[in-house]
Design a protein around this ligand. Sequence first.
Ligand SMILES: NC(=O)c1ccc[n+]([C@@H]2O[C@H](COP(=O)([O-])OP(=O)(O)OC[C@H]3O[C@@H](n4cnc5c(N)ncnc54)[C@H](OP(=O)(O)O)[C@@H]3O)[C@@H](O)[C@H]2O)c1
Length: 320
Amino acid sequence: MTVTQAEAQPTPVPPDRDSAVLKKPVLKKPVPNKGATPVVAFLGTGRMGGPMAANLARGGFSVRAWNRTRSRAEALTADGAVVAASPAQAVRGATIVITMLADGPATEQAATGPDGFLAAAPGATWAQMATIGIEWTDRLAGLAAAHDVVFVDAPVSGSEGPATAGQLAILASGPDQVRDVLAPVFGALGRSTAWLGRAGQGTRAKLVLNNWLADLTETTAETLSFARRLGLDPADIVDLLQANPLGAPYAVQKARAMLAGDFSPAFALKHALKDAELAAQAAQANGAALTLTSALLPRWRLTAASGHADDDLAAVYLTA
Ligand SMILES: NC(=O)c1ccc[n+]([C@@H]2O[C@H](COP(=O)([O-])OP(=O)(O)OC[C@H]3O[C@@H](n4cnc5c(N)ncnc54)[C@H](OP(=O)(O)O)[C@@H]3O)[C@@H](O)[C@H]2O)c1
């Protein structure tokens, strides 16, 4: 594995932003984009994609943004980005395409659906940065190859705060020859890029990391619930955890959000559930037992279905 650090070293921030205990993310100074300005097509300007595209535009890239709901992309024009009417229109003239859509089906739709970008982008490099799982990654890599597009699998670790601060950890995999082309782009988006091997390895690493996140969140929710049922003040337990190495910063942050009833989304439960399901499928296909994840899934599905899909994943505390 090769790990490169971004050129401008910002103050590190924790992997999420939605906690009273966290400081506001420190905005990284835009990484100067030396040389010719590559045109970057950015597809999917949601919670993550919006600030990522903004960082590219502020970093000197010529950004052409597309989003299904156009209004969600309009704010990017303030940073100099151009909003396109379709994926195909966005990639016209672009040498780099980034997708940050919800999941595999949405990404395939943007790639090969009506006005899809793949047919309009021969020779381009496509960095797929959403979390879509192994099967979708393989499928999209095949579609890219059939359209003479270089496919790079590059999901990210870090939520809305790090996305805004340009401090994501990028889990990249794909052909060596495009690393230099992507280095300034990834430099503007993240604090580090880990190159993990052939395309698909980044997604595998992302599933492993998000499985950890899911299990940690579930443990946090159950711990608070357990303490409450024993007649303890769960806030005291959080203080005790924070005061010793058991209290992982992420868990402490989520615990405080749970107790405050603050479920404003940094990472929506629907996406965390998607990732836990992708991890469970990958485990089953590869002979791994994810006992904890299998156990949490039914309750997380119910929590999402009972009106909390768009809340932060901390909402699983409500049913713990
Ligand atoms: N949030 C996090 O903490 C985090 C961290 C790391 C990775 N991720 C991953 O990054 C990806 C994006 O997450 P997010 O938090 O930015 O999600 P989000 O705010 O829900 O944005 C989802 C994006 O996908 C688009 N989309 C959804 N369904 C679509 C469809 N059928 N056709 C076309 N476009 C569609 C949305 O368009 P509209 O605006 O029109 O709905 C929006 O641009 C997900 O794979 C997520 O798992 C998220």
